[in-house]
Design a protein around this ligand. Structure first.
Ligand SMILES: Nc1ncnc2c1ncn2[C@@H]1O[C@H](COP(=O)(O)OP(=O)(O)OP(=O)(O)O)[C@@H](O)[C@H]1O
Ligand SMILES: [Mg+2]
Length: 361
């Protein structure tokens, strides 16, 4: 169990050279150099004579935090309680308000599972602020080694939602989560499903997700009696975890982290496909290219397709992402690293190098 010494919080951009014994979210980082991404705050938990040598980029900083609200001590019992259940196949769902620590806990719980030789599979259902996939998508990654930041893990399964907020698409998100959870069963025995911090109708939405996923355990973060009440009567066990101390992400940081995620996954290649060889998918609807002539939905209008962020895949599997750079009456050109695709998954998002525009079509 971690000690009660002060936690060293490091906010990125920063590089931390660890001289001595230290853990970050249950991952042993002794003697390592850890990069902390811009806008991300990581708890370093040193033991004994450990020294941290810090190099900050713009906006980076370090402060001492109380282990009652930072680091892993406050989550130690819950993580143990959940991970001992993982000698059989289990699904754990995380729910709570924004900035309560759900994503951070996912990484910690995955690291605890690894230390017990259980392969964790993290499913990132936060379509606005995901770590494993670009926004508007859901991803699943099995972890073979500990992580300090889930953005270092690579997802092998994807689902495409097409929206960066669940408002109006709650059911679509729940269905896609269920689909990826079923597919993720082959990746590992311990599925950790992170959800977004969406606040409107949060209880009904989280209950809908829980009913789709049928998790064994739901961990609720923060003081939220209404959420607890909404979830407590299901066939799952509900555990309450402390919210992390208040390190909210500013609007600017959220936008920047979201944009970074889009650009990380879009790729630098450019591929052209013949329209007649493609199908277009929006939500659960599938369109043939002939329908581009008289588009039944606005997403298929040429002016909206240009610069649209899209998912790309074959059959009914999303394999990657891209931006539409050109579309004529016969071809579509896409900036992406996916060379072969026969489905284009449409979204409500247009992307520029510098900004994300949500086109509420
Ligand atoms: N145990 C912790 N110790 C220290 N800082 C933490 C801890 N957990 C979370 N934080 C910090 O609090 C902030 C919010 O955490 P996190 O992003 O994990 O929350 P979230 O519930 O996933 O938020 P969202 O709903 O926006 O996805 C982050 O800056 C994170 O670094
Ligand atoms: Mg999160």
């Amino acid at each position: 169990m971690p000690g009660s010494a002060k936690v060293r919080m490091v906010k990125g951009p920063a590089e931390v050279a660890v001289d001595g014994i230290c853990h970050v979210l249950g991952s042993d980082v002794s003697g390592q150099v850890i990069a902390v991404r811009p806008g991300k705050a990581l708890p370093f938990e040193p033991s004994g004579q450990c020294r941290l040598h810090l190099r900050f980029g713009r906006g980076g900083r370090m402060w001492l935090a109380n282990p009652a609200g930072a680091g892993t001590t406050m989550w130690y019992d819950i993580a143990r309680q959940v991970s001992v259940l993982a000698d059989k196949k289990i699904t754990v769902m995380l729910a709570g308000d924004t900035d309560t620590g759900k994503s951070t806990f996912s990484a910690y719980l995955a690291n605890v599972a690894l230390s017990r030789r259980v392969v964790p599979c993290v499913i990132d259902g936060d379509i606005g602020q995901g770590d494993l996939v670009p926004p508007a998508s859901i991803g699943a990654a099995a972890l073979s080694g500990p992580v300090t930041d889930l953005r270092d893990a690579s997802a092998s399964l994807f689902e495409f939602v097409g929206h960066i907020s669940p408002a109006g698409y709650e059911y679509l998100v729940a269905k896609k989560l269920r689909s990826i959870l079923e597919r993720a069963a082959k990746l590992g025995d311990f599925s950790i499903v992170n959800t977004d911090g969406y606040v409107r109708d949060a209880c009904a939405y989280k209950l809908m997700i829980a009913k789709e996923l049928q998790p064994d355990v739901i961990v609720c973060f923060g003081e939220n009696p209404t959420l607890f009440k909404a979830l407590r009567d299901g066939p799952w066990q509900v555990l309450c975890a402390r919210a992390s101390s208040y390190v909210s992400k500013s609007r600017f940081e959220r936008t920047r982290r979201r944009l970074d995620q889009f650009h990380r996954y879009i790729g630098r290649g450019s591929f052209t496909a013949k329209l007649r060889q493609l199908k277009f998918v929006y939500g659960e609807m599938v369109f043939s290219p002939l329908e581009l002539r008289q588009p039944p939905i606005k997403q298929l209008e040429r002016k909206n397709l240009k610069k649209m962020f899209v998912g790309l895949g074959s059959g009914d599997r999303v394999e990657g992402f891209g931006i539409v750079t050109d579309i004529t009456t016969s071809i579509i050109r896409i900036q992406t690293d996916i060379a072969h695709f026969d489905r284009v998954y449409l979204s409500n998002i247009q992307l520029d190098r510098a900004e994300v525009v949500e086109i509420r079509l």
